[in-house]
Design a protein around this ligand. Structure first.
Ligand code: GLY
Length: 379
């Protein structure tokens, strides 16, 4: 086993996320193994026995969703399972509306809590239901994919895609509690695990040089082969980074944009692939292209794109922009990114592995169209 990851899987790790303006202003993310066994009692205590709307997708429903509902019932809570079809193509306003109607018809009221059980799409959709139903219900999350554990279940971003782009309709709605049990990753398809590793690599690039070096030194393979200690350690480190960023800029006015490294081009690739490409796969390509931009625009060392490409490749992630996507189409899709101002594309770029660049106090740097095209062509 990799010397970097020898840890005790029995103890749970707890990272507290502080959101000064949030309600509540802090919440815990609990990471470990074997934790789902006690989830009914923990949720019952958290909600003082209130009813729960448990939102899951058709894939995770049978793997985890139903047993969580049974655990809630065994702990004395009423629980209603609300399920929608799996896949990014169902991350829509229509799905949200169906789930809201289902919750109301099942008799859940203003005193109910929402629990999301699933990957990133379930968390985003279910979180948006929680943010909007009865003008806001408290929510907890049980992420069951690596990507959701390290990124989307923490920080309060909820929402859906529209035909014009990803995550264009949504709300900030912080969870009250997050439980990441790595046992749920045992049934995660390999491609989904690899997609999660893209976000892990991202955290190393943006704020944790040592994490990036540890991944290069073999931690990546330990995670890819699902060594529980490696997964727990990496999830804890990534969540701790995200907690630091979110604490300073919950609403992404500036600093939180660093979490978007690789996502300006990544979202464009993902959307142009009509979501046939996984989010993490598109982010891998986006990180490599944006690393070329970082080299050209903010003086990142020349080996930056190479090191990121190597790690993505070792993780089994795609590293090339699909030939069917033309630079012009990429440019137009990237322009729809939420960081764009006055039609000017902006990207969060590393000045080196582990540290982000800023210019005039802004963490998203203006990218001339010609530079974006050059970076796409350099990919
Ligand atoms: N996934 C990026 C963020 O939460 O801001």
């Amino acid at each position: 086993m990799n010397k970097l990851v020898k840890q005790d899987t029995r103890s749970e790790r707890r990272i507290t996320v502080a959101v000064p303006a949030g309600s509540p202003s802090t919440y815990d993310v609990v990471v470990g193994s074997g934790l789902l066994a006690g989830i009914g009692d923990r949720l019952a205590r958290l909600s003082a026995g209130a009813a729960w709307g448990v939102i899951s997708d058709a894939h995770v429903q049978g793997l985890v969703g139903e047993s969580v509902v049974a655990a809630l019932e065994a702990a004395g809570c009423r629980a209603v399972l609300l399920v929608f079809p799996a896949g990014e193509q169902f991350k829509t306003r229509g799905t949200v509306s169906d789930l809201q109607n289902g919750a109301i018809e099942a008799g859940l009221g203003r005193d109910a809590w929402i629990l999301t059980v699933g990957g990133g799409v379930v968390g985003d959709v279910g979180g948006f239901v929680a943010a909007t139903l009865f003008r806001g219900l408290p929510m907890a999350q049980v992420p069951t994919s690596l990507l959701a554990m390290v990124d989307s279940s923490v920080g309060g971003k909820t929402g859906v895609d529209t035909p014009a782009g990803k995550n264009l309709v949504g709300a900030f709605h912080q969870p009250r509690w997050v439980l990441a049990d790595v046992d749920t990753l045992a049934t995660l398809p390999d491609a989904e695990l690899r997609a999660g590793l893209a976000e892990v690599i991202k955290y190393g690039v943006i704020l944790d040089q040592q994490l990036f070096i540890d991944l290069e030194d073999g931690l990546l393979e330990s995670c890819a082969t699902r060594v529980p200690e490696a997964l727990i350690s990496v999830i804890e480190r990534c969540v701790a980074i995200k907690a630091r960023v979110v604490a300073d800029d919950e609403r992404e006015t500036n600093w939180r944009q660093v979490l978007n490294f690789g996502h300006t081009i990544g979202h464009a690739v993902e959307m142009l692939s009509k979501y046939s490409m996984r989010h993490g796969e598109a982010v891998a390509i986006g990180m490599i292209c944006e690393a070329h931009l970082a080299q050209r625009l903010v003086g990142a060392p020349p080996d930056t794109p190479v090191r990121i490409r190597d790690l993505c490749s070792r993780a089994g992630l795609p590293t090339e922009i699909p030939a069917s996507l033309t630079p012009d189409a990429m440019l137009e899709a990237a322009r729809r990114d939420k960081k764009t101002r006055a039609n000017q594309i902006r990207c969060a770029l590393p000045r080196q592995i582990g540290a982000m660049a800023h210019h005039d106090g802004q963490w998203a740097v203006e990218v001339p169209d010609s530079e974006l095209i050059a970076a796409i062509e350099a990919n």
